[in-house]
Design a binder for this molecule. Structure first.
Ligand code: HPA
Ligand code: ZN
Length: 332
């Protein structure tokens, strides 16, 4: 089924093999003996325990070619999963704070996006994320650094440690981004309370909510998200691995769809959470018998609706999706 992926941190697609290869290429020594030892450390109890390892893994990225290789690895996997459009989050502060020039980050990713289009037919966009555990001043400085490369990204997001870092901490920098004509999204309601979803909408004026699964704790908020058709980029395997849900059978994806929300399925940090986008679909559908072909179609359709591309492009992908389902129905 053709689909768009709208919630993928490109640094979260760095597989252990690639981490070791980049460490060797860059003359760095990792505190893990081998790929298996690193993978064994991927047992998370919450968002922070994951982020600590995720930022350490990203430490092997130094050169433009490293960013290119990472993203090209991702695009090849995305193509195998029938992803026709991907909106990639990247975390410049994770790299610039280590002395990596922001140009190396953005240009390396951009070249991978170009190759993905040319060789795999995948369309893509870049979304610059601010780290919410750092200050708003640091976010503003990062935005200013990135502005000469403004034509290479379409929007900004907000990620990293959610609890204790509410969206309103970034009110000014998001206002500036909106003035610049950038799309705006934010992680909210993953570990943080439903009130963070509300303030992401009201204060940051975001167009999509990343995760947002805790919205079901507030029925009025669910109604609002449905009424305003605010997309949620849900990541089931991430929710499982970060202990947001005890098991996939307890995931509220069916409730979100039943409430008429524009929910989508995405991989978040696939190298760390045990699967790419199709693994997220397959494992979630396996665990939840209420989910069937109708919901798969709806989720893929929602992913196109929620993407940051012109309406004509969305319509073309939706028609492609309908053709795939019509063909499958004929064959059945
Ligand atoms: N949540 C917050 N920050 C992140 C995530 C996430 O799931 N992945 C990478 N950075
Ligand atoms: Zn995320």
């Amino acid at each position: 089924m053709p689909k768009a992926e709208l919630h993928i941190h490109i640094e979260g697609s760095l597989e252990p093999q690639r981490i070791f290869a980049l460490a060797q290429r860059n003359g760095l020594t990792l505190p893990y003996a081998d790929v298996e030892a690193l993978r064994a450390a991927y047992a998370f109890e919450d968002l922070q325990s994951f982020l600590d390892i995720y930022y350490a893994g990203a430490g092997v990225l130094l050169k433009e070619a490293d960013f290119f290789d990472m993203a090209w690895d991702y695009f090849q996997r995305a193509a195998a999963d029938h992803v026709v459009h991907a909106e990639l989050f990247f975390d410049p502060q994770t790299h610039t704070d280590r002395g990596v020039p922001i140009e190396a980050v953005i240009i390396g990713l951009h070249h991978a996006c170009q190759r993905a289009h040319a060789e795999l037919g995948i369309s893509s966009r870049l979304i610059l994320c601010f780290l919410r555990h750092l200050s708003e001043e640091a976010a503003m400085a990062t935005l200013e650094q990135a502005l000469p490369l403004r034509h290479h990204f379409v929007g900004v997001g907000l990620d990293s440690s959610e609890r204790g870092h509410p969206p309103e901490k970034f009110a000014r920098v998001f206002a500036r981004c909106r003035e610049l004509g950038l799309h705006v999204v934010a992680h909210a309601g993953e570990e943080g309370p439903p009130a963070y979803i509300t303030s992401a909408l009201d204060v940051l004026k975001v167009e999509r909510i990343d995760h947002g699964v805790r919205c079901t704790e507030d029925p009025a908020l669910v109604q609002r998200l449905a009424r305003e058709r605010v997309p949620l980029t849900v990541c089931p395997l991430s929710n499982l691995k970060l202990c947001v849900v005890p098991d996939l059978a307890a995931h509220n994806l069916p409730q979100l769809l039943d409430a008429g929300l524009c929910a989508t399925v995405n991989s978040d940090d696939p190298a760390y959470f045990g699967g790419y986008i199709n693994d997220n679909f397959l494992q979630t559908f396996e665990a939840l018998p209420q989910l069937g072909a109708r919901q798969a179609w709806q989720l893929a359709r929602n992913s196109f609706e929620a993407s940051f591309v012109p309406a004509a492009q969305k319509q073309a992908w939706m028609a492609q999706l309908d053709a795939v389902f019509a063909q499958a129905a004929d064959a059945a």
